[in-house]
Structures are given as structure tokens and as C-alpha cells.
Design a protein around this ligand. Structure first.
Ligand code: CA
Length: 227
């Protein structure tokens, strides 16, 4: 059975484009064009994921998200404009699973959707182990191993590694890593991301003579894993 995605977006051109692209990818896509309709559909139907625009008529996306979260854990990916930084903060705080900034490449949105659905399935299966090749993260025990050898990480290093492995094969900008792993108290100071990437590399890449974390020049970092 194909997975069902609700698109809540008032710009009809974008909504139709997304519906078409998602159908093309094999999802069953549905759309709502204002916040109230979106909320009603999200609550009344069984969707696997919601793509939620922030600026919406009748009820804004943040309020829609808040109300969805009162009764549902469904993955929500927010669509935000570049200048809606505060909304992004509030949205993530309120339980949005991910966000993407307009204008976006459809391939990036599709990757984020696949990712959110994969994490959802892992949660349903009770999977508490994340993997990238022979690197394994035990989320219950906060334990990281490579070829069954334990690697000692601080909580922050673990959180950073976890987020990157959860989003493996997606290039993460420094800003995104900072926002999701550190939170907005650190907003702006992306140097700290580079510092922690260095810590991880010295504890994993250097020690095991491997290339776990790749630098994408001028963009950020990615953990690649062909599985
Ligand atoms: Ca809008």
C-alpha cells in the first residue's frame, strides 16, 4: 500500500506541483489550501506524513502544527521562507520533524520525506540501532561502536553523530546542524560545528583510518552510506 502524504500549501502552483511529483514517486498525495482545511484533513485522515507551509490563510502553519501535535506524532516537514527564521525555531520546538526553505529543489524535499518516513518506520519497529556501514549507534544505551569496538563520545558528539546518521546521504549545512543539535541559543556561531566535526573525525575517522564524514566545500558535511 502506498504511503499517504498531505500537502498543506496555499500557493496553488506549488501545491499542484508537489502533488504531481509525489504521485510520480509512488505516494498517494492529497492537498489542502488553507490552514483550517489542512488541520481538518490531517486529523480526520490517516496520513503517513504532512508537508506544511507556514504562511497560510485562516490558520497559520505553526498553529496547525501545534494542534496536530496535541493528538498525533505524524512526521511533519515545514516549508519556510528564508526570512521566517523565528517560525522555524518555534516549529522545531513544537515538534516539526524537519524543515525545508523555499525555494527548494524537489529532490531535496523528496530526500527529506524518504528520511522522515524511514525514521518513522524504525520507531514503529522499535529499532533503537542506527547504522552507517559498520558504525552503529545504540540509542538506548548511548553507545557507539565501529566493527564492534566501543567509541567514547560526549553527549553533544553523540547527538551530532546521531543526527548525521539519521540523515545520512543528505548534505547538512553548518546552520542546520547548529540549529538542530545545539538549538538556537547558539544561533550564528557555526564555528562550533566545525570544532565538533573535528572531534568526531579524530575519534572515528582518524582512529579507524576511514572516511566517515565528508566535507562538501562551501556547504557543510555529509555521512555517505550506500545501503
Ligand atoms: Ca504560503
Amino acid at each position: 500500500m502506498s504511503q499517504r502524504i498531505l500537502i498543506i500549501e496555499d500557493e496553488l502552483k506549488i501545491a499542484r506541483f508537489l502533488e504531481l511529483e509525489l504521485s510520480h514517486e509512488g505516494y498517494e498525495a492529497d492537498q489542502a489550501n488553507d490552514g483550517r482545511e489542512g488541520l481538518n484533513k490531517a486529523l480526520a485522515n490517516k496520513y503517513d506524513l504532512v508537508v506544511l507551509d507556514i504562511m497560510l490563510p485562516l490558520m497559520n502553519g505553526i498553529e496547525v502544527l501545534r494542534r496536530i501535535r496535541q493528538s498525533s506524532e505524524i512526521p511533519v516537514i515545514m516549508l519556510t521562507a528564508k526570512d521566517e527564521v523565528m517560525d522555524k525555531v518555534v516549529g522545531l520546538d513544537m515538534g516539526a520533524n524537519d524543515y525545508i526553505t523555499k525555494p527548494f529543489a524537489i529532490e531535496e524535499l523528496l530526500a527529506r520525506i524518504r528520511n522522515a518516513l524511514r525514521i518513522k518506520t524504525q520507531k514503529q519497529d522499535g529499532t533503537k540501532i542506527l547504522a552507517a556501514g559498520e558504525l552503529k549507534l545504540d540509542l538506548d544505551k548511548y553507545l557507539v561502536t565501529y566493527q564492534n569496538q566501543a567509541i567514547e563520545l560526549t553527549k553533544r558528539e553523540f547527538d551530532l553523530l546521531r543526527y548525521m546518521v539519521e540523515n545520512k546521504n543528505i548534505v547538512m549545512t553548518r546552520e542546520r546542524l547548529l540549529e538542530t543539535v545545539w538549538g538556537f541559543d547558539y544561533a550564528g556561531d557555526t564555528n562550533i560545528v566545525d570544532v565538533y566535526i573535528r572531534y568526531l573525525r579524530s575519534k572515528i575517522d582518524d582512529r579507524y583510518n576511514m572516511k566517515l564524514i565528508s566535507t562538501i566545500r562551501g556547504v557543510g558535511y555529509v555521512i555517505k552510506d550506500e545501503d
